[in-house]
Design a protein. Sequence first.
Length: 608
Amino acid sequence: MSSSNGVAPGKVRGPGRPPKKITSCTWCNETKLPLKYVYPTTNGKKEFCSETCLAEFRKAYIKGACIQCDNVIRGNNSPSKDFCSTFCMNKHQKKELQSRVVAVAPTTPLEGSPGPFQYETYQPFDWEEYLRETNSVPAPQTCFKQSPNPQINEFKVGMKLEALDPRNVTSTCIATVISILGPRLRLRLDGSDNKNDFWRLVDSSEIHPIGHCEKSGGMLQPPLGFRMNASSWPMFLLKTLNGAEMAPSKIFQKEPTGPKANLFQVGQKLEAVDKKNPQLICCATVGAVKNDQIHVTFDGWRGAFDYWCKYDSRDIFPVGWCAKSGHPMQPPGQKNNSGANRFRFRPAFTAPPPTPPVSSTAPEIVQSPEADTSAPPPPPIIIHFRKNCLGGPLVDTSQLPSAIEDTTPSVLAKKLINHLLLASHKSETILARLGALRGEEMVITHDGNTFTIKLPQLSKAADLANVFQIVSQALGCCHNIFGLEHLVKDCSSCDLKSASPAKRKAPEQEAATSTTPAEPSGLSESPVASLSKIPTQEWGIEEVIQFIESTDPCLGVHADLFRKHEIDGKAFLLLNSDMMMKYMGLKLGPALKICNLVSRLKGRRHAL
């Protein structure tokens, strides 16, 4: 007996060439051999029948590719900008959940705990013993805007809800629950990417059931950075909600009432979210108290992770909150970063039980408790000031000290910036310029308020040289005004021998009447002057940012938005207030100011 193809049942074809694998063009899907054009991607190579198909794929691939299969996202089957199909989205979420297997086996969850949970590590932590060893006390429950009994989390991964966009809190967006951790939700705004996920408690006032915005007379908005055209938003919204699992209103909890005043005291213990690793809640200490703010320091870790927050922040919790809620808590840092803490992305050092600071007269320089008190303290790092250098339009060098010192580079950099602010009559301009830099975020306290600036990474004393260079360029002062060495000779850059005191004061007077930063003699020409030699259409993104920040320093805080949206010279000339407010999330005031700059540039272009 033989089969219809001439081969007996149970038999395999004899020797011969294997059948050719049928392949089709990745872009047009037509079966054409051979496929001569190849484009490598993270999930392997993509093959094409022609150069045209390859070029079209490359353009589409740059705009967005599926996280799961790496194919271009197009057509009507894409559930979001991250996936090409619902199948890929579900497969990715399943894989993501499987990858969250706990590396260190947790103990049995507490009774009433909604576990299991994904977290960095888990080991029992005895707060009572730790408080006794450190001779410290916990902050009372009355200090916190948290429920005495943590809420039960009944949300499920994949549920849809409404949430305020954390980068633009005037917008209410659709969000999806990506993961669950105790009473906390990791959320992703639909239409945004996975780099902007954020965490909210189940009793947060910033999340609501689907339909809440409409009932309140509002409209759902695309998230900041929504890459599709605005006209496609209604259709995208319809597809996103069609067939989706909506979080029922009964599982949303009412936000608790917070204290009416700041009741914290320096040295009290608490549990706090690590802002740089927000899935973690860690053992922490109140390092300082200032008006309605507290300074959170993490026990056993260096001060780079510390931050200021309002006393009623939802990111701080009373001692024992994690144990009650079933949320894992990170214990104080340990030597060698092994065992319980091996998953934390922080430099470890020996840290015996710390003693909390007794008081603080200068909150901006509060550090977390020192490690290994038995070891000799490290030598101090000293920054010397050359007070006869030109301070440019912003800094009065006569108000600077001769030198400042500290043992930690990051703390010393904070001291440097604070002294520059105290020596300036335009501290807000300094803060705006430093906030527009690239680097690690650093919180500065000035006049009772907290500000975020960006400076290069500081892990050793030699790194301060980069800070000196960048700060002097940003503020338009002499680059020799501060350094790690004590210099007694006059500065050649300033050429002060031929300059009278009146001339040295001229840049400061000029700053009072002009928004363009004046350059001290001997330094390079102003950024605006140098940019005027280049046609605006040829500016890159950084040139656009440099022009905006140099012309109006207060606009420098929006630099990251211009980088995010890739606004080069050509795009800059096309901007209008509606675009900047709708797609970039700018408020009306800054948008109008930037429109004025665009108009001035257009006038200059026509004049040429």
